[in-house]
Write a protein that binds this ligand. Structure first.
Ligand code: FMN
Length: 350
């Protein structure tokens, strides 16, 4: 958990759960949705989808779908993909003007395009250069710089430790480890033991990431690894209220506008999922060009529904909805009668 010994933002961050950067998902819509479950007295950091440092300097930051933001959003730490100072510096300058409070560098993306251009996880093949990239980013502004990385190309903790020590020398303020190798992509099991070993070996905050499905998993990650924070990706598309559940366990206040206890039973979670989808349709409709908003909603559904017992049945019905209004009607109808979604419960593997 975040401690005085390794504070984040000089102690201004007091809540140890954070949303992960995810292309096509971690936009203003998901951020506002997840934020609506943030305990009222909690502060955490917030990502963007990964942003290309080659494109940012020529863009109107704040007016592209990936950089839409709401004025209430604080502690935004956008993620950039890059490896050249001539792009990184102007990108960071623009992001700072936009309201970034920190800059995260992607050293985990394993897609072919990133490998071809030697950024993302391919930076892990060149520890010295990766440290220089952190240094470039740090020198570009007074914002703190973090790195999100994987275990590397091989399962070798000594390599990982040397690599991270280089990032620390380059000026990284914290790191987030997704302990899978590049080759594993998102398959197999994240090796939480590497989070534990890294936590014990370095002095800057270590945020753990990978395979959180329900709030109990996040509590288990704290317990098993001693990490300073837990970053959650896919599960926050299906259960954005994990922040409320964990806040409750850690003694935080309920989120603003949320009464009673956090959802706990299958039925409570199902109703909350219905509410969360409707909330998302509203934000997407407000901010995005219509087709783009619908595309993002469909992608959110595709990633989130397999994690819920009734997800498949709902997804099938929602495919019939051609616009946001029809989708909202299908969602309301599906969750109006408990018998309907309960009859579609299937057993999931957790
Ligand atoms: C659709 C999708 C897009 C992603 N895009 C990014 C990204 O832009 N930057 C990044 O660092 N990781 C990205 N990731 C990886 C996640 O941030 C996270 O490390 C991974 O999903 C494991 O965490 P989880 O098990 O909590 O989902 C992406 C993951 C998904 C599912």
């Amino acid at each position: 958990m975040i401690s005085d010994k390794r504070p984040l933002f000089d102690g201004q961050i007091n809540f140890p759960i954070m949303l992960a950067p995810m292309v096509g998902l971690s936009h203003i819509g998901l951020r506002l949705l997840v934020r609506s479950y943030l305990p009222a007295n909690a502060r955490t950091i917030w990502p963007t989808e990964m942003l290309s440092s080659r494109r940012l300097p020529a863009q109107n930051v704040g007016e592209t779908p990936e950089t839409f933001r709401h004025e209430s959003e604080d502690f935004l730490v956008p993620q950039i993909l890059g490896n050249e100072e001539k792009y990184i510096r102007p990108s960071i300058e623009r992001l700072k003007d936009w309201g970034a409070r920190g800059i995260d560098i992607n050293m985990g993306c394993p897609v072919r395009k990133a490998l071809k251009h030697n950024y993302g996880v391919s930076l892990m093949g060149d520890p010295k250069y990766a440290a220089e990239v952190v240094d470039m980013a740090r020198r570009s502004s007074d914002l703190p710089v973090s790195v999100k990385l994987r275990s590397g190309h091989q399962n070798d903790f000594q390599f990982l430790l040397n690599f991270v020590n280089g990032l620390v020398e380059g000026g990284a303020s914290w790191v987030c480890l997704h302990p899978r190798t590049a080759e594993m992509k998102r398959k197999g099991k994240a090796d939480w033991n590497q989070i534990k070993m890294l936590r014990e070996a370095i002095d800057i905050p270590v945020i753990g990431n990978g395979d959180i499905q329900i709030y109990q998993d996040a509590l288990r990650m704290f317990e098993e690894t001693g990490c300073d924070g837990v970053m959650i990706g896919r599960a926050l598309t299906s259960r954005p209220w994990i922040l409320w559940q964990i806040g409750e366990k850690l003694g935080f206040e309920p989120p603003e506008g949320c009464e009673g206890k956090a959802p706990e039973t299958k039925e409570e979670e199902a109703s909350e999922y219905g509410r969360s989808l409707i909330y998302l349709t509203n934000v997407l409709e407000e901010y995005f060009e219509y087709k783009d908003g619908l595309r993002r909603f469909n992608f959110h559904l595709r990633v989130s529904h397999p994690w819920l017992n009734f997800g498949h049945a709902l997804d099938k019905r929602l495919n019939r909805g051609k616009n946001f209004q029809e989708k909202r009607e299908i969602i309301s109808e599906f969750f109006a009668k408990p018998g309907l979604f309960q009859s579609h419960y299937t057993e999931l593997a957790y």
